[in-house]
Design a protein around this ligand. Structure first.
Ligand code: ZN
Length: 133
C-alpha cells in the first residue's frame, strides 16, 4: 500500500524509480490473480476464484493505465555528475538520487546536474586546487 501513497504523492524523480514503485504495486496483484486462477481450477471454489480473478484483473488494468499516464509526464535525460550514467528525470524535480550510483544530484542555476553532497568541491582533484598558504 505504501507504493500507492508514494505514487500519489509523486515520490519518484526518474522513470526507473517510477517503474520500481509500479512493480511493487503490481507484484501482489499478480500473486492474488494467480491464486484466483488456481481456485478456478478447483471444483468447490470456482466462483470465488472467478470473482478474485475479475476484481484483480480490473485492478491490474487500472494500474497499468495509471502507470502509462504517469510515464507521459515531461522529462529529460541527463548524465549523473558522479558516474556519468543517463537518468531520465521528470520535469519539476529539484533533486534526485542517481538510478545507478544512488548519490544525490541537484541542479545549479543553469539547470545543469551537479553533485548535491558537494563532494567535488570539498575534495581537490589536483595540487593546483589546494588552497595557497
Ligand atoms: Zn550516478
Amino acid at each position: 500500500m505504501r507504493a500507492i501513497t508514494r505514487l500519489c504523492r509523486g515520490e519518484y524523480a526518474t522513470v526507473r524509480q517510477l517503474e520500481q514503485q509500479s512493480y511493487r504495486l503490481l507484484k501482489p496483484l499478480v500473486v492474488v490473480f494467480g491464486v484466483g486462477a488456481l481456485l478456478c481450477l478447483t471444483s468447490l471454489l470456482t466462483v470465488l476464484g472467478a470473482l478474485i480473478c475479475a476484481v484483480t484483473g480490473v485492478l491490474l488494468v487500472g494500474v497499468f493505465v495509471w502507470m502509462i499516464q504517469l510515464q507521459k509526464r515531461p522529462r529529460r535525460d541527463l548524465r549523473c555528475p558522479y558516474c556519468t550514467n543517463r537518468n531520465s528525470v521528470f520535469e519539476g524535480i529539484e533533486q534526485f538520487d542517481c538510478d545507478f550510483c544512488e548519490r544525490p544530484v541537484r541542479f545549479d542555476e543553469k539547470g545543469t546536474a551537479v553533485p548535491a553532497d558537494d563532494s567535488f568541491q570539498s575534495r581537490p582533484t589536483s595540487v593546483y586546487d589546494l588552497p595557497v598558504e
